[in-house]
Design a protein around this ligand. Structure first.
Ligand SMILES: NC(=O)c1ccc[n+]([C@@H]2O[C@H](COP(=O)([O-])OP(=O)(O)OC[C@H]3O[C@@H](n4cnc5c(N)ncnc54)[C@H](OP(=O)(O)O)[C@@H]3O)[C@@H](O)[C@H]2O)c1
Length: 429
């Protein structure tokens, strides 16, 4: 074993960073044996230097992250600050000064992955980010390496634990959205400002990263269609139950049947109870991958939290250190296919639509005509009503999203349709 240690700069020592430091210290001997050289924590950059950090030598702590990455003797920079800046500049500076980078930063990778990969390549450095998509769950390495000889056609995932916790609560207790969110906040599963999670921004960033890697193409954050889950109601869950379904916020990345384009989207959807993703409870994450030769694969586990996320960061750190000792770099950007990303209107799926209608003869026929005029074929219709008002639940066969939008616009014009109570896509069949 080499005795000269590989030097690691840790940028950020919060929820994830403190766990990275702890595992590096407590597993030091095993990590050294696995890598073939000891790994030394050479500096820890934070915002508040006076904060007590258990297990961290105060002499290593600095507020000058730039000086740390510019030192010139750092082998690997671990970026767990988060956000766009200063993380982006620190990562590119790290490459310029000869270091490889491990990051957990989904927001940055989704927005600037292309430029960061190019910077890594320019400097013969590694850029690894297993922790950015699903915490402890190995996903990027399986897609990039284990499935490198296969053709991935679909990635369907629950990639946000906060939203899964809320939806699972609504499902199991009949609670409304706000009640379930309040409980998630009280238990620490939701942040004080939950917007990034409940509006699907976090999942959209992950979808962009996953789609790019799975289909070897460039998928930007702006390419990902996004709908949050704040409008999901207890009534939606009741309807889902009647259909033998539950509701999940899904990230869905698909290759078109002709292989010529891809789509990426995040939205709440009904999925059948027998689908493996339906049984993902609480704050757990799971990603279902469909590939030509491998068939269906499911990756499941804790998608966030300091210790699980640090596990993925440490896995990357070991890989990057091994590459460094071998004088090599690992697999980098592989966006060689340059497939166009189709708009949401081209996505084909099934729909569950709840309508409030007048309870009088001919309404059903009127509604059915609208669907037929837009080429959307109806699978089932369920009607219930009293006191002159009725509700109508229509489930369609597979249709393009643009056609469904046309149906909904036309339904809203009908005098007999009082309102469109909910529109939910049905996935995983
Ligand atoms: N938490 C999770 O479960 C999880 C899961 C997957 C991925 N991630 C990703 O991991 C990254 C870190 O998340 P986290 O939850 O650990 O965040 P966090 O608890 O807020 O920690 C951020 C750390 O960065 C430091 N920091 C902030 N601005 C800085 C600056 N300008 N210069 C130097 N240090 C700075 C903070 O210093 P102070 O300690 O002094 O405030 C803190 O130590 C993010 O990209 C996040 O998306 C997190």
């Amino acid at each position: 074993m080499r005795t000269r240690p590989l030097k690691v700069a840790l940028l950020g020592c919060g929820v994830v960073g403190s766990e990275v430091a702890r595992i590096m210290t407590t597993h030091a001997a095993d990590l050294a044996a696995r890598i073939g050289a000891p790994v030394e924590l050479a500096g820890v950059a934070v915002r508040r230097p006076s904060k007590v950090r258990e297990g961290i030598d105060p002499a290593l702590v600095t507020t000058d992250a730039t000086a740390l990455v510019k030192r010139g003797d750092i082998d690997v920079v671990v970026e767990v600050i988060g956000g766009i800046e200063p993380a982006r500049t620190l990562i590119t500076t790290a490459f310029e000064h000869g270091a490889s980078v491990v990051s957990a930063n989904k927001a940055l990778l989704a927005q600037d992955g292309e430029a960061l990969h190019a910077a890594a390549l320019d400097h013969d450095a590694d850029l690894y980010y297993e922790a950015a998509v699903a915490g402890a769950i190995p996903l990027i390495r399986p897609l990039r390496e284990s499935l490198a000889g296969d053709k991935v056609n679909r990635v369907l995932g629950i990639v946000n634990g906060t939203t899964n916790f809320i939806l699972d609560k609504m499902d199991s207790t009949g609670a409304g959205y706000q009640e379930a969110l309040d409980e998630a906040t009280a238990l620490g599963y939701a942040e004080a400002d939950p917007t990034a999670d409940v509006e699907g921004f976090d999942a959209a960033a992950k979808a962009a990263i996953l789609a790019g890697i799975a289909f070897h193409t460039r998928v930007r954050l702006d390419d990902v269609y996004r709908e949050g889950m704040t409008e999901v109601t207890a009534a939606d869950f009741a309807s889902a139950k009647e259909m033998g379904c539950t509701i999940k916020l899904l990230a869905i990345c698909e290759r078109a049947a002709d292989g010529g384009s891809v789509t990426a989207r995040v939205h709440p959807a009904m999925i059948p109870l027998e689908h493996p993703l339906a049984s993902v409870r609480g704050a757990y994450n799971a990603v279902f991958v469909e590939a030509d030769a491998a068939g269906q694969l499911m990756f499941y586990g804790p998608g966030a939290g300091g210790s699980p996320t640090a596990s993925a960061v440490l896995g990357d750190l070991v890989a990057v250190c091994r590459n460094r000792l071998n004088g090599a770099t690992g697999p980098g950007d592989s966006a060689y296919t340059q497939l166009p990303v189709s708009p949401m209107g081209d996505v084909v799926t099934r729909y569950h639509i709840s309508l409030d209608v007048a309870d009088k003869p001919g309404v059903l026929a009127q509604v059915a005509t609208v669907f037929a005029e837009h080429g959307v074929s109806i699978d089932t219709v369920r009607q219930s009503g009293k006191d002159g008002e009725a509700s109508l639940v229509v489930v369609t066969h597979r249709a393009a999203d643009a056609a469904l939008t046309g149906v909904v616009d036309a339904l809203r014009q009908l005098d007999t349709v009082r309102g469109v109570a909910s529109i939910m896509r049905v996935e995983g069949e």
